[in-house]
Design a protein around this ligand. Structure first.
Ligand code: HEC
Length: 140
């Protein structure tokens, strides 16, 4: 027996809706679960200096992903000013991507691994700075 039209309609709506939702959300990535007790503590102003030296070329000085070196990349560098997306991004997730790079975590290989450049504490300081970049009015 054929399904009534409205059932198909609702299924289509459901699929379409979740598709739009997943597009707006932070991408799914491949990382191991966070170790127990992982915390990010440190110095956000130190992080700002490190971010300016290493990351703004692509991510932009305001963290909006529109740096000179990032403008033409596809996918573009992550926009750290979108508050909604940033809420979905755990400190552990950012720590892993910055440490291991995009290729290993299922993101763009344009995002390099910084484990030979930055210490774990450097990376934590940077994460604290990144957390200051989200604008409340953007993305709720
Ligand atoms: C050569 C350009 C470039 C530089 C330099 C760069 N990034 Fe990225 N970064 C990218 C791109 C492109 C992505 C997006 C990857 C994707 O969406 O597949 C990314 C993604 C990220 C993410 C992942 C966001 C998420 O989805 O969880 C973090 C965190 C990040 N970058 C932090 C940094 C930090 C910190 C630095 C400096 C130490 C840095 N990046 C330097 C290009 C760059």
């Amino acid at each position: 027996m054929a399904k009534p039209w409205y059932k198909k309609f609702f299924i289509a709506l459901l699929i379409g809706g979740s598709l739009i939702f997943s597009m707006a959300a932070a991408k799914k990535i491949k990382i191991p679960p966070a170790p127990k007790g992982f915390t990010v503590k440190g110095d956000a102003s130190q992080g700002k200096e490190l971010f300016t030296a290493n990351c703004t070329l692509c991510h932009g000085s305001h963290g909006d992903g529109k740096g000179l070196g990032g403008r033409d990349l596809n996918p573009p560098p992550t926009d750290f000013t979108n508050a909604k997306d940033m809420r979905e991004r755990s400190d552990w997730r950012m720590f892993r991507v910055i440490t291991d790079g995009g290729e290993k975590t299922g993101l763009s290989s344009q995002m390099a691994s910084y484990k030979s450049v930055l210490t774990e504490q450097n990376i934590k300081d940077i994460i604290l700075h990144i957390r200051t970049l989200a604008k409340k009015e953007k993305g709720g």
